[in-house]
Design a protein around this ligand. Structure first.
Ligand code: 5GP
Length: 229
């Protein structure tokens, strides 16, 4: 196994470290709108090797600065519905009045190649994925408070007044579903929260069930009979 140079100068082994032929780990990340998960996820994708991101499809119009194929695949309702009917989505949901869905092909391809993948989806999508794939690891990003969330959404200036109110009124119900997640990360300070999120990825990779192949390989180097020393 190799040890890459880390941005923070540490020397922990960074290999995705699942066994040969083992599927990747499926991370689902949820946060209420304005929770800052986009920035966090970008940081973690940059700092953690071997982590892929599934770009979702949506009927929401692009915001300034968003690029088709990078932020989302932006499409029409008609196209989305055709894709949905062809079974192209692993899950899909109506969120804040728009359609969103995750590409089944991308997720299946990455996991089969043994790469870990991050899906940034809403709480309905997360529940659907957990039904489908019990092994998924769920992380909820929590804003420090309702005020902090509102201030962040207002400062972002991306939403029309009606959409902003809708997003804020949906936020409580989203946060209240924290019990459905394996990990909770408070996004009070982006550097700290990004480190915590990266730590979750490393911890999941180190789970015994995923490292048994390694233990067996190490064990095989030990002689069964007492060694002559
Ligand atoms: P936004 O419009 O702010 O980018 O996203 C709105 C909500 O839709 C967020 O909660 C985001 O996580 C969610 N979302 C984005 N992509 C998907 C997806 O593929 N499926 C589901 N169910 N939700 C998604």
């Amino acid at each position: 196994m190799s040890s890459d140079a880390r941005p923070d100068g540490g020397d922990v082994n960074l290999d995705p470290a699942v066994g040969p032929g083992a599927p990747g780990i499926f991370f689902i990340i949820c946060a209420p709108s304005g929770g800052g998960k986009g920035t966090l996820i970008r940081r973690v994708l940059k700092s953690v090797p071997g982590l892929a991101y599934s770009v979702s499809w949506t009927t929401r119009p692009p915001r300034p600065g968003e690029t088709d194929g990078v932020s989302y695949y932006f499409t029409t309702e008609q196209d989305f519905e055709q894709r949905r009917d062809r079974g192209e989505f692993l899950e899909w949901a109506v969120v804040h009045g728009n359609l969103y869905g995750s590409s089944r092909a991308v997720v299946e391809k990455e996991l089969a190649a043994g790469r870990d993948i991050v899906l940034e989806i809403d709480v309905q999508g997360a529940a659907a994925v957990r039904q489908l794939m019990g092994e998924a690891v769920g992380v909820m990003i929590l804003p420090p408070s309702f005020e902090a969330l509102r201030d962040r959404l207002l400062a972002r200036r991306t939403e029309a007044t009606g959409t902003l109110a809708l997003r804020l009124s949906n936020a409580r119900g989203e946060v209240a579903r924290y019990t459905e997640f394996d990990y909770l990360v408070l996004n009070d300070e982006v550097d700290r929260a990004a480190k915590q999120l990266a730590a979750i990825v490393y911890a999941e990779r180190a789970r015994r069930a995923r490292q048994e192949w390694l233990a067996r390989r190490v064990l095989a180097t030990f002689p069964e009979a007492p060694p002559d020393v």
